[in-house]
Design a protein around this ligand. Structure first.
Ligand code: SAH
Length: 216
């Protein structure tokens, strides 16, 4: 891997072109993918593949999502500067970095202590201003609620309905829902205090959303 900024910028631009061919059109999202150094969020021995449109292992049995999936979920969120978002599944921190680059106020939860600590160090080293929590995403962050947006980056067997009540009115939650083998990308909007609307957007495969915290 040659860590030359010009080469890396070129590789990121090629990734952006690839995502455009896959019908990602949101300019702000493409802009963020073109800036965030994905190679720094990957294991050193895999960094050379960082600008391929693929998911890779990040340790602790978890993966950094495929750039297409990150771009797709981020587009569904209709991101705008200043919106307050809760992400469930910090993982490598790449998605959180994309959201911060887009100007959102990011609160991200990870259940695995090892990943949480590793990613907290990395994001502060890279100077991303994000709030990270070691916790169980099924509980959300009642002290920080309500949120404009909620993003779940692990596959939920069913919609975690409790979390819907941590949304602001007209807020949306984007999440993959379904069994371990395959999930349906789903967007839920809180249209009234007790009233939610649901849209679906095709199939994806994520690592599962699990209960409880995993300590080192
Ligand atoms: N957004 C991440 C993708 C990580 S994969 C990235 O950009 O790299 C999904 C992550 O969700 C894993 O790190 C996993 O440990 C975490 N996870 C699974 N269930 C969770 C839960 N209930 N609460 C918080 N994190 C969870």
């Amino acid at each position: 891997m040659i860590y030359d900024e010009t080469i890396l910028t070129g590789q990121r631009q090629r990734l952006v072109q690839q995502l455009k061919r896959k019908h990602i059109t949101n300019q702000a999202v493409l802009g963020a993918i073109g800036i965030v150094p994905r190679h720094k969020f990957m294991k050193p021995d895999m960094a050379e593949f960082a600008y391929n449109d693929s998911a890779y292992p990040i340790g602790a049995g978890q993966t950094i999502s495929q750039p297409y999936t990150v771009a797709f979920q981020t587009t569904l969120l209709c991101p705008e500067p200043g919106l307050k978002i809760m992400e469930i599944g910090t993982g490598s921190g790449y998605q959180a970095a994309i959201l911060e680059t887009l100007g959102l106020e990011v609160h991200s939860i990870e259940r695995q202590q090892k990943l949480y600590e590793q990613t907290k160090r990395l994001l502060s080293l890279l100077k991303y201003q994000v709030n990270l929590y070691l916790g169980d995403g099924y509980l959300g962050l009642p002290a920080e609620a309500p949120f404009d947006r909620i993003l779940i980056t692990a596959g939920a067997r069913e919609i975690p309905t409790d979390l819907l009540f941590q949304l602001k009115l007209n807020g949306t939650m984007v999440l993959p829902v379904g069994p371990e083998s395959k999930q349906v990308m789903t967007r839920i909007t809180r249209v009234d205090f007790e009233d939610f609307e649901q849209e679906t957007f095709g199939e994806f495969t994520f690592v599962p959303m699990l209960n409880g915290i995993e300590k080192i």
